[in-house]
Structure formats: structure tokens, C-alpha cells
Design a binder for this molecule. Sequence first.
Ligand code: FES
Ligand code: FE
Length: 375
Amino acid sequence: MTISNLPESLIATLPGHYYTDPGVFRQEQERIFEAMWFCVARSCELPKPGSFRTVDVGRESVLVTRARDGGIRAHFNVCRHRGARLCTEESGEVKRAFQCPYHAWTYDLEGKLVAAPNLTKMPDVGRTEYGLAPVHVREWLGYVWVCVAEDAPSFDETVIADVEARLGEVDALDRYDVASLEVGRRIVYDVKANWKLIIENFMECYHCATIHPELTEVLPEFADGYAAQYYVGHGAEFGDEVKGFTVDGSEGVDRIPTISEDQDRRYYAITVRPQVFINLVPDHVIFHRMYPVSEDRTIVECDWLYLKEVVASGKDVSRSVELFDRVNRQDFDACERCQPAMSSRLYRQGGVLVPSEHHIGEFHAWVEARLGNGP
Ligand code: FES
Ligand code: FE
């Protein structure tokens, strides 16, 4: 079957090489991950001045730090002298400065060059001009987002707009007060699949009846194959017998008090392109960040966020964690099952989307447009 003679019910996916070609992945790094806002850390992972993390954003390494004033800064993790990687640790803490291990150029938490061998003999070297190069940074929902592009796109017109497109209004998300919640559990998944397979999977529920028995028990409407993401502002309703969003439908923990009545007993899902998924349920928020490593490997970090009191009290959250942990494993298994076939000659032209998946076509058009391959 070729793309030109599809019946009306079906639309084409991206061709197979989009999921396997290192050249396409490189383009995506350049035009998507290095061009957009990219979520890199939970703010609490940088607890005090001098705390730092290094994160790969596309092909760049970014050094994220908490500065003296309590704010977050981000810089390219590249020494301005001869380009040594300044920090090689994934995370840690410095007292007041970062010193390059090569010739000891030293930068303060704001990135300013504060010391270097013989620096006093070079009074013409600007301390800011030869300081670390800044990266755009923003905190939202208790997470740190960076953009390594020279001109960052408007946060409102990209990140916030994606939330609005799903929920109809960003207030609906504000009511979960995500920044005030605490990480009750974090699980990191190493998925042997292209990042787009993971997004596509997250956007549809055609697979729910086949691979998510526990989820369809809690959200019976998912058995019909229409994902919450299919409609704007729609939250999938819990089944009548279901007490909470847990693996066996048993009672959850304390409800987030600021959500509205119509958000109670409902599940919402949001994709924030290019690498964040958010799930909202009455008593917790599940926040996924994808880190595309190569064309066929993606690390997914997933946080289960609960009210501070719930985490502090040591209440058992294992049944609610287990539900989406199972869902994640079921989904990632499916993505890993698809990945090898992306290079099959049979998939050269790609596959097809059924009507309940047609909205994924929009994501494909978006990828094509970002890569400059659009119509
Ligand atoms: Fe960093 Fe020389 S490369 S001090
Ligand atoms: Fe799924």
C-alpha cells in the first residue's frame, strides 16, 4: 500500500526512516530540542546556592545552578578558554565557583569569570564577556525549563499554548498547584525506542483495551479507544466502583484541595512538545520528561507528585504509583516492539492511523514543519 491510495479512514504515519535515521535525529536535535523550551530538572533538585546539575539538551551540555540570590541560572557547560567541559558530574554542589579542570579558569555561580592563572596580567579580558555563556531559563510547575537557542521562542506561545490546546485553559492546570507538590516517587525508564514513538503512543488510546487492563478498569471509557487527548478539555471519568486512581481502583491519598468539582474523579493527559507529558488525577500529578539519547533510545524520567503532607506523613502511595508504572512499562514495551520494524522495507512508507488516532497526524505535520520538510 502506498500513501496515495489510502481509504478515507486511514491516514499515513511518518515514513520508517524518521525513526531510524541518525541524520533525521540530528536534525531533530538542532531544530526541535535545541530550538524549543526543554524541561531539565525539578527545582527541588537544586536545593541551595551552589547546587548544580548537568543535562544534555540536543547536542549541548547545559550546567544548571542555583545562584546566591536563590534563583536558577543555566549556562553552556563549556569553558570559555579552550573549550573543556567544565563539569562532568551529573549533579553535585560547589561552594561558590566552578573551576575548569584544565587551566583553572574559575567562574562564579552567575557565570562570571572570577579567577584564572595570570588573569591580573590580562586586564583587558572582560569578566562577563569571557564568563560562561548563558542559556535561557525559566521555572514553571516546579520544574526548570531551558532553551539553548539564541532567541528563545515565547514560553506562552509554545509550552503554555500546548497546555491550553489540551485543557482549553491553563487555569485548569493551575488548580493542581503542581509547583507546591512533592515528588513521592521517581522512576527512570531506559526505552529502546525513538522519542516520537513514545509521543504517538501517549497521544492515543487505541491500544488501551489491548495492553492496559488495569487502566481500562479504572477508566472504562478508554476501552473504546478514544484517548483523553482526542478531545479538548476532556477528562476521562473514573468507573462507578472505582475509589481512586490506583492499580486496583482502591482509595487513593488526600485529594489536591484546590481542584474543581468537575476535575474530581477524572483523568487528564497533556503533551507539551517536545518532551513532557503530564497526567492529572485528583490526588496526584504524574510528570514525565523524555530525554532522547539517539534515534533508537530515549530515557524517560517519571515523577509522581503528591501533596507535601502526604509525602511527609509517609502514607503508602505504592498502589497509585503502581498503576501508572505498569501503564508506562506496557507502553514502553509496545514502543520497543515497534522500533526494530521501523527499518523494515515494509515500513519504508510508514504505517497508518485509524480515526481515533488521526490527531497524531497533527504531531507528524508539526515534526515535518520543524524539520523544514513540510508541504
Ligand atoms: Fe578551561 Fe583552559 S580549557 S581553563
Ligand atoms: Fe498507553
